[in-house]
Ligand binder design. Structure first.
Ligand code: AMP
Ligand code: GLY
Length: 428
């Protein structure tokens, strides 16, 4: 899985600072460091798998800016929280190059109610919804709707603020649970049926370069049961996104969103992520926008990236993506199986030693997420621990290779879904 681009002898080497500590950031740093022109790719704060980890937290914009200036880095931001808190605004004020949207543009993710209204203003298809600041009114509305409904917390919740409810009783309980737990505003949304896909484009404010489509597995348990998580596995390409559907998502979702943000004075630079539902009869709806790469989608996408990623992120920061050729993708399938600690997304053990992680990859790559090193040992340090990623000629082969590698890795509370890619294999 090495990218073998032709070296561009004359250009100076570029240092990069990737902000974040998950599997997404490990995968970004891994692919960026394979650029022929990559200098040092730092990751702050990084994890037990990242090289060149820098002990500065993702929330410490001042510390990150000082590091980026001193080390002449282009900064690429992984997670949503620093973006929502304005790291891009801070870097822009200091004249430091960064790939990631301003706080105003990141509202497309950080406020679900703002995002839904934005979609309505710009004719982007999405499920009908209402937002409520009062639990009683929300519950009454759920009763009026009668049927299945989706309850969402307004604000960032790391993929865990959404519950798909069968009927009004469940919806009311969920509204009360969220609002009792400090959520100020909830959205009630029509429940959509269909196949989900993640569609991510790299943007420079004007131009959106689409990346390969992918599919996440959001629920904790096999057969899409259990609570929503940050994502338990991913594959790319996405089973239901052929060329025609990719074109439609680019034209009906990504382009209007980018143009809408620009028209509203918040041009979007960075990875714009549309989570879509593809329904019967070609119905296409946006479930959510994110202002960043997906995790674990990024791991599967990076495994297939057959181009110089550094050149593209530099162009995104410089506003010259319009001059770049389309990205090139490995024709094979990629699958990423997330190994988590039992209990995730709820409470779970940490500090357990991971065995079998160091052995030869054989065509797969293990991206670290919640890990840390203690001397020669690698310990668990979070809910999602590793993203075992493999390529294969078919989705079945990619999934088989990822599970084979995952099976050789162990720790006491290791847990993973056993059906990553199964729906996609059935649909093929
Ligand atoms: P979100 O964070 O809004 O993408 O929601 C997380 C997950 O909840 C999505 O990936 C879907 O699986 C599910 N979901 C969200 N909204 C809906 C909806 N309107 N209908 C059906 N499922 C939904
Ligand atoms: N895997 C879903 C997300 O990153 O939001």
């Amino acid at each position: 899985m090495e990218y073998m681009g032709a070296p561009q002898a004359a250009a100076p080497l570029g240092n990069v600072l990737v902000v974040g500590s998950g599997g997404r950031e490990h995968a970004l740093a891994w692919r960026l460091s394979q650029s022929p022109r990559a200098g040092t790719v730092h990751v702050a704060p990084g994890n037990g798998g990242t090289e060149n980890s820098v002990p500065i937290g993702a929330g410490d914009a001042e510390g990150l800016a000082a590091f980026a200036r001193e080390n002449e880095c282009l900064t690429v931001v992984g997670p949503e929280a620093p973006l929502a808190a304005g790291i891009a605004d801070r870097f822009a004020a200091a004249g430091l190059p960064l790939v990631g949207p301003t706080a105003a543009a990141a509202r497309i993710e950080s406020s679900k109610s703002w995002s839904k209204e934005f979609m309505q203003r710009h004719g982007i298809p999405t499920a009908r919804h209402e937002s409520f600041d009062d639990a009683g009114e929300a519950a009454a509305h759920a009763r009026r709707l009668g049927g299945p409904v989706v309850v969402k917390a307004d604000g960032l919740a790391a993929g865990k603020g959404v519950t798909v409810c069968g009927g009004p009783d469940e919806a009311e309980a969920e509204v009360r649970r969220m609002m009792g737990g400090g959520v100020g505003r909830v959205l009630l949304e029509e429940r959509l049926e269909g196949a989900e896909a993640s569609f991510i484009a790299l943007c420079d404010g004007e131009t959106a370069v689409p990346m390969a489509a992918s599919q996440d597995h959001k629920r904790a348990g096999d057969g899409d049961t259990g609570p929503n998580t940050g994502g338990m596995g991913a594959c790319s390409p996405a089973p239901h996104v052929d060329e025609g559907m990719a074109r439609r998502i680019q034209d009906e979702v990504i382009e209007p969103a980018l143009a809408g943000l620009r028209a509203e004075g918040a041009p979007f630079c960075g990875f714009l992520y549309a989570g879509v539902m593809i329904g019967a009869g070609g119905r296409l709806d946006v479930l959510e926008f994110n202002a960043r790469m997906g995790d674990p989608e990024c791991q599967a996408i990076m495994a297939r990236a057959d181009f110089d990623l550094l050149a593209y992120v530099e162009a995104a920061a410089a506003g010259t993506l319009g001059e770049m050729a389309p990205m090139r993708w490995d024709a094979r399938h990629a699958a990423c199986v997330v190994l988590a600690s039992r209990g995730y997304p709820g409470s779970h053990a940490t500090g357990e030693e991971i065995a079998g992680i160091g052995e030869d990859g054989g065509g797969s790559v293990v991206f670290h997420a919640g890990t840390r090193r203690e001397g020669p040992r690698v310990l668990t340090a979070g809910g999602r621990v590793l993203g075992v990623t493999a390529l294969g000629g078919t989705l079945r082969e990619a999934v088989g290779a990822a599970y084979a590698r995952a099976g050789r890795i162990s720790w006491p509370s290791k847990y993973c879904r056993s059906d990553i890619g199964r729906a996609g294999i059935a649909a093929a």
